[in-house]
Design a protein around this ligand. Structure first.
Ligand code: GDP
Length: 539
């Protein structure tokens, strides 16, 4: 494949990251400030407002409103210092963790927001695990320093333990809560003085060189001395910042601040530009002479390719169209371009192609690796699909589906709505809202989820979007494993032995349903050559 120099230049300008946190740590606030200071939005409050107006646009979002959680994740693009920054929000509720994991496959780095009073919380821990598995570089922002919070050394210690990698402080707080004086920037050796309020721009904060000890001591007294001491301890205990180590997911730069007060936020924005990586090559598989081989696709390859990491029903209940969120992996997307879905070898004709600016969707003019493009379609696209310009044959790997741990049987209240139910389940399954299993022996469809709330969303959406009123009933299954075998004969022997335990998911992949963990062990002992997969990667 040929490389295009101007594409390489565009790729190098891109930073695509996810913002992760436990609910209430301040993710929405920080997102808004990042947008504000990059100039993407003019007034504060609009991200929150948008979050609220999203509630109003669709009925099933009622669930989100009632529970005060964010179900859907969203994408925002901004320009800052000649760079294009793509920010991907992640749903905070644990029941939607599958969706979050998939969002994390579409980014090159992550910004972790921690509430300084609470440290690393449960939901953050799971997200960290996924980042760690993929060696995703993580920037840490310790938020709410204007509150009575924990000792910064204590927080660093906890982050280090949870992340399993050293923290490298880039800024250091002077005091906290009522006596929060500001932060010392370790690189510039200047202290930025804190003032509360949400009107101030980052450049409006006063900065005093650390060498001006007389002034700093006079103004911040013992807080300043204590900060110097603890800063010395922290820097003494941590390695120097090493960009290679950070990029390899082996250390995290840490920033302190207060999002709601616009404080310490610019440092994070600059870190994204200066430290975070631009898009790298991605692994794809392709079939050569009937053999599947792995291939690294470079972001500046001339051929356009991208992977669908999220499919979302349009909020408008009157239309059946859906938006496929594609992370561009290589080449350049241009309007009017012919597109092909690798899995089906069919042409994709989206009704619209949009990019996600901070507050609006805009028609895409061009997009490069790292950018997120939304294709509106009436179907034909699934999670994990690879979209290309047709000049290359490749299928990206690595989009994870996790074996569900909760199962329900779907019972239709009005049998005349069978067709609508099937259509609804097929589409919700393709969207990844839930996993749908069709038993090989026939009978009611099964729904598999990772979180209980997924069932409620699906039940609600089946009714409101497909007019299919269903009852969900418990069933005996507690797990599933995707099945593969080295030879068709082995697979057939296994299928003959467990016909009533087999089902196919939305991607038509065969799965074995179990009622207890022993099931898998027994089946494995009986059929040692069958592979039982707890995770399916789209391929
Ligand atoms: P999310 O759930 O992580 O998106 O959190 P939000 O951004 O909605 O913030 C949760 C709450 O914390 C809101 O009431 C914010 O106003 C508040 N908050 C956010 N950042 C700060 C901060 O730096 N200091 C203080 N005191 N409160 C903050």
């Amino acid at each position: 494949m040929s490389h295009a120099p101007h594409i390489a230049e565009e790729v190098r300008r891109r930073r695509t990251f996810a913002i992760i946190s436990h609910p209430d740590a301040g993710k929405t606030t920080l997102t808004e400030k990042l947008l504000l200071f990059s100039g993407a939005i003019q007034i504060a409050g609009s991200v929150k407002a948008r979050k609220a107006s999203r509630h109003a646009t669709s009925d099933w979002m009622e669930i989100e409103k009632q529970r005060g959680i964010s179900v859907a994740s969203s994408v925002m693009q901004m320009q800052y210092r000649e760079h294009v920054i793509n920010l991907l929000d992640t749903p905070g509720h644990k029941d939607f963790s599958e969706d979050t994991y998939r969002v994390l496959t579409a980014v090159d780095s992550a910004l972790m927001v921690i509430d300084a009073a609470n440290g690393v919380e449960a939901q953050t821990r799971r997200l960290i695990e996924v980042c760690r598995q993929r060696d995703t570089p993580i920037i840490t922002f310790v938020n709410k320093m204007d509150r009575e919070v924990r000792d910064p050394l204590d927080i660093l210690d906890e982050v280090e333990r949870e992340l399993g990698m050293p923290c490298v402080p880039m800024t250091w707080p002077v005091g906290q809560g009522k006596s929060f004086g500001g932060i010392i920037n370790l690189r510039t050796q200047a202290m930025t003085v804190f003032e509360s309020g949400s009107e101030r721009r980052p450049q409006d904060f006063e900065a005093i060189p650390v060498t001006d000890t007389a002034t700093l001591k006079a103004r911040f007294g013992s807080e300043f001395d204590a900060a110097l001491d603890s800063m010395e301890l922290a820097t003494g205990a941590s390695p120097a910042f090493d960009r290679e180590a950070f990029l390899a997911g082996k250390q995290t730069p840490v920033f302190f601040g207060s999002g709601v007060n616009n404080f310490g936020v610019m440092e994070v924005l600059d870190a994204l530009v200066d430290l975070a990586p631009w898009p790298k090559s991605r692994t794809s598989s392709l079939v050569v002479n009937k053999e599947t081989v792995n291939k690294e696709v470079l972001p500046d390859d001339a051929a356009f390719s991208g992977v669908v990491f999220k499919v979302q029903a349009n909020m408008d209940a009157n239309h059946r169209d859906r938006i496929a969120f594609v992370r561009v992996a290589s080449g350049k997307y241009q309007p009017g371009m012919k597109l092909k879905v690798q899995r089906t070898a069919k042409e994709l004709r989206p009704t619209s192609v949009v990019t996600f600016m901070s507050q609006r969707r805009e028609a895409v003019e061009e997009a490069y690796a790292g950018d997120i493009v939304g294709f509106t379609t009436h179907g034909g696209v699934q999670l994990g699909d690879t979209i290309t310009d047709g000049s290359v044959a490749l299928q990206y790997t690595g989009l994870p589906f996790f074996a569900p741990e909760l199962f329900m049987t779907v019972v239709l209240k009005n049998p005349l709505r069978t067709k609508q139910l099937q259509q609804g389940l097929a589409q919700l399954g393709e969207e990844g809202a839930i996993q749908v299993f069709k038993p090989e022996m026939g009978g009611n469809m099964l729904l598999g989820a990772v979180g209980q709330l997924q069932f409620e969303v699906v039940q609600h959406r089946l009714k409101s979007e497909y007019d299919a009123d269903v009852r969900l009933e418990g069933c005996q299954y507690t797990g599933a494993r995707w099945i593969t075998a080295d030879t068709p004969t082995e697979l057939k022997a296994f299928c003959d032995a467990y016909p009533q335990r087999l089902a196919r998911d939305a991607a038509d992949t065969l799965a074995y349903l179990c009622t207890s963990p022993y099931d898998v062990r027994l089946a494995q002992e009986r059929f040692p050559k069958i592979h039982f997969h707890p995770l399916r990667e789209h391929a």
